[in-house]
Design a protein around this ligand. Structure first.
Ligand SMILES: [Zn+2]
Length: 178
């Protein structure tokens, strides 16, 4: 599992691991949540512009239908899935596959994001990535939303967010959290 705030290099790690596995001749399939269309619907794109094909899915159980004979499965933007993702990961592991799950550990309120704690609990290894606080330059572990919260859609482009340390982080009003 690779978890951390935005701009902490999660996608770079995922893409790097998938590329390395492919070079070893392993069969690899990548997925991402379908509502994440920040850059490209069918790809994981890093902030530095590297990209790798990823199947967009909304229901995590679809992942079980689409993995075929892949021995390494990557699931990016995992925070947007429901808690069913935990069982999907368990099933994939029981099938003998390696699974990389990447996503935001904390939401815009600084609270656990979706299925991430459940996935972390069953992960063999959890890597927490950090960014650089856009305010003070210290280690960032929060994602600061810069535009007001409105409606159901919480996904904005990178320009809507910046990494912040816990001291500089300013959560939106608690009553706006769903
Ligand atoms: Zn700071």
């Amino acid at each position: 599992m690779i978890q951390g705030c935005m701009f902490s290099g999660k996608s770079e790690r995922v893409v790097g691991q998938l590329r390395a596995a492919r070079e070893e001749g392993r069969r690899v399939v990548a997925f991402k949540h379908a509502s994440d269309d920040r850059y490209a619907a069918g790809q994981i794109v890093t902030h530095s512009g590297q990209r790798i094909d990823a199947v967009p899915v909304r229901d995590p159980n679809r992942i079980l239908d689409l993995t075929a004979d892949a021995s390494l499965i990557a699931i990016d933007e995992a925070q947007f899935f429901g808690d069913e993702l935990v069982d999907v990961c368990r099933t994939l592991a029981a099938q003998g596959r390696d699974v990389i799950v990447a996503g935001l550990d904390l939401d815009s309120w600084g609270l656990p994001f979706g299925p991430m704690p459940g996935v972390a609990a069953i992960a063999d290894e959890v890597v927490t990535t950090h960014g650089v606080c856009a305010r003070c330059g210290s280690i960032a572990d929060h994602t600061q939303r810069l535009t007001p919260v409105a409606g159901q859609t919480m996904i904005g482009g990178p320009e809507s967010y910046e990494p912040r340390c816990a001291a500089c982080f300013e959560p939106p009003p608690a009553e706006l959290r769903r």
